[in-house]
Design a protein around this ligand. Structure first.
Ligand code: GAP
Length: 447
């Protein structure tokens, strides 16, 4: 990474820690590589991303339903889906110190070799071999009878095995989709770039089932590529920082007939944001074979029976959150500001009494705060000087700050008013207290 980009990543990591977005996992024990904990601001941001996604793909569509399947599954499901055999990354090992790297990670491999050479040590690498990324767990209460199960490597399988349950319990008709979000686990050889590549992370996915027909599949593939790209743009990612990248046949996952990534121009280069995959009938067919269950679909109008094809969209939630943060980050003069879309911002507004020791100010500010928090996530801050409070809210991306000052309580002949400061312009305007609710409804409800 070039120096300014490295600096930017360092600044993001430091802001995340300082302001309660993301902490290293189990930090007081020295951490655990590839795990991260979300703090108060980060948990809110993550929830807002998930809510916006669920609203876009499930609640506002007639052709999508949502499920929430178990993380632990019968291990046969992972044999059927091909993960036990093929969910692998190529791994090379340094013969001198046994450090392991992904074989395609040329930067780290070169840096490692250079380190040995500096110490006048000869470096030799093993041939690349396949390394399975599924994380195993032991389940059961009797030591000798514990079963080896897998923590899901992708959240997809829980949807696929429930295809018939969903068809039989709802009114969906092909084409339709099933959405899900939740944790996935991968024994990544080299976790890194902050949360970008973790060993525990969350995904949000849609499996969209279509008639087994190339044209139909191609149409939906294009549709979902664009739909997903536009969703990120609507939520504030700059269009010029996004691009599609098709996977060459040799680079596709074992289940994919076609695959396109949406990439983000990150400080560490163009990086995969999410993927759109044409999974064909891979999953349903294999689950039918391995379980003996009938996974076919019968068209209620034509009576035609077939195994549908699946057009998948799969995004990392942690990765999305990281890219939303990077894209929103700005330094303007003395202040650092996260220009997050109001819908994603952890807090929509913050309320400040100008002075904490003036009961009249506190009383009015408190009543405004109580009123607004009925509908929006609102922060309260009465510590330190007002400038510091603004900076603090800018750094967590709060779109509006409301200050109750002496003019709010002493204006004679005028209705009480407060100062509302806009995060992006830092401009302030006075708003009648009685208008506040409408003022924010107009600006935030549509978000
Ligand atoms: N069901 C398809 C699937 O899992 P994938 O390309 O392996 O496809 C989809 O993963 C998305 O999940 C990626 O685009 C990325 O956003 C996220 N993801 C994958 N591995 C990750 C990791 N180790 N850490 C964080 N996010 C990851």
């Amino acid at each position: 990474m070039a120096q300014p980009e490295q600096n930017l990543m360092d600044k993001i990591v430091s802001l995340c820690k300082r302001r309660g977005f993301i902490f290293p996992g189990s930090e007081i024990y020295g951490g655990l590589a590839g795990t991260w904990d979300y703090g108060p601001a980060g948990a809110l941001l993550k929830k807002n991303i998930k809510d916006a996604w669920w609203r876009a793909v499930v609640e506002t569509r007639d052709d999508m339903v949502g499920v929430d399947a178990a993380i632990l599954m019968n291990p046969k499901a992972w044999e059927a889906s091909g993960h036990v055999e093929a969910f692998t990354d190529p791994l090379v090992e340094c013969k001198t110190c046994h450090a392991r790297f992904r074989a395609d990670n040329e930067t780290d491999i070169q840096a490692h070799g250079a380190g040995h050479e500096k110490k006048k040590e000869h470096v030799e690498w093993t041939e690349p071999r396949k390394f399975n990324m599924l994380v195993e767990a032991r389940l059961g209460v009797i030591e000798d009878e514990k079963a080896t199960v897998y923590l899901r490597g992708e959240i997809t399988n829980g949807v696929q095995v429930n295809f018939k349950n969903v068809v039989n319990s709802t009114r969906v008709r092909i084409p339709f989709g099933i959405a899900q979000m939740g944790k996935a686990f991968r024994n990544e050889i080299t976790p890194g770039n902050f949360t970008f590549r973790s060993r525990e992370f969350e995904q949000m996915e849609t499996q969209f089932y279509v008639r087994p027909d190339e044209q139909e599949a191609a149409r939906w593939f294009e549709y979902w590529k664009n739909e997903r790209m536009e969703w990120y743009v609507r939520l504030g990612i700059k269009r010029e920082n996004l691009r599609f990248k098709d996977h060459a046949p040799g680079d596709r996952a074992h289940y994919a007939r076609a695959a396109t990534d949406i990439e983000y121009k990150s400080p560490f280069g163009w990086a995969e944001f999410m993927g759109v995959h044409h999974r064909g009938d891979w999953d349903l067919k294999r689950h039918a074979e391995f379980s003996g269950a009938d996974m076919s679909y019968r068209d209620p109008e034509t009576g035609e029976t077939y195994i549908p094809w699946d057009i998948e969209t799969s995004a990392g939630i942690d990765r999305s959150l990281l890219f939303f943060l990077i894209d929103a980050y700005a330094e303007e003069g003395e202040r650092t500001v996260l220009k997050l879309h109001p819908r994603l911002a952890p807090y929509k507004a913050a309320v400040f009494p100008l002075l904490a020791n003036k009961p009249e100010l506190v009383k009015l500010a408190r009543s405004i705060y109580e009123d607004l928090r009925k509908r929006f996530m609102v922060a309260w801050d009465d510590r330190g000087n007002i400038g510091k409070r603004y900076y603090g809210q800018d750094e967590i991306g709060t779109p509006y700050c409301i200050t109750v000052d002496f003019d709010s309580i002493t204006e004679t002949g005028h209705p009480p008013s407060v100062t509302v400061r806009d995060r992006d312009t830092a401009k302030q305007e006075r708003v009648d207290v009685r208008e506040l609710s409408a003022y924010f409804s107009e600006r935030l409800s549509a978000a």
